[in-house]
Design a protein around this ligand. Structure first.
Ligand code: ZN
Length: 207
């Protein structure tokens, strides 16, 4: 595994901490709510035992944080880098209103998968983009043989510049910066070409 610079490690850590923090906060709120309202909901011992609505209500209150905190998707995400073996784009139809889909709320959705072979590892499939077809396209962005890098918590999967490239894309905020710079001019994080040295002797040292 490549050794990430401290600023990217810090970003990764904070991104991992965020959903856990939101989850714990929601659960504490739910517990507080439970303590404050249970006397009303379960007025007598008899009701406390058979109050199905009450039980269901509290079950929902304690379960909802699992979904709104994004803790599930946080667990399935990871930092990766490697060589693109295959690009797969699937186009589906989705609706802006999942409760009441109609013809007006439908839109074309693109989902982009990359099959990435990590150095000395297996080929793994990553979903790197899913959204409206006409917005962030990325359709022509990735090609077989490209070396890519994704940092945990970032929306972007960037292509590690080749020796001939003049620009480097920030793995955190996605902006492109001149390859002569070491840090992103927008967010200040270390740029990918500084982590994955391209060309010459340097190439061997990191992997
Ligand atoms: Zn940046």
């Amino acid at each position: 595994m490549v050794n990430l610079p401290d600023d990217l490690k810090k970003y990764e850590r904070s991104q991992k901490f965020k959903p856990v923090f939101v989850f714990v906060l929601c659960e504490i709120t739910a517990a507080l709510f439970f303590v404050l309202t249970r006397n009303v909901m379960y007025q007598t011992e008899y009701i406390a035992k058979y109050n199905v609505i009450g039980h269901a209500f509290y079950t929902v209150i304690f379960t909802v944080p699992l979904f709104i905190s994004g803790i599930f998707s946080a667990l399935s995400e990871k930092t990766f880098y490697g060589t693109v073996e295959k690009v797969k784009i699937s186009t589906t139809v989705d609706s802006m209103n999942s409760f009441k889909p109609s013809k007006e709320t439908r839109y074309r959705k693109n989902t982009i998968y990359l099959y990435v072979k990590e150095d000395g590892g297996e080929v793994e499939k990553f979903r790197i983009y899913s959204g409206r077809a006409k917005e962030g396209q990325f359709l022509e962005t990735y090609n077989n043989g490209d070396r890519v890098f994704h940092l945990y918590g970032s929306k972007y999967t960037v292509i590690i510049p080749k020796p001939s490239d003049t620009m480097s894309q920030c793995a955190v905020c996605g902006i492109t910066t001149d390859i002569n710079e070491e840090f992103c001019h927008k967010c200040g994080h270390t740029l990918p070409h500084m982590i994955f040295k391209t060309g010459g002797e340097d190439e061997k040292q990191d992997f």
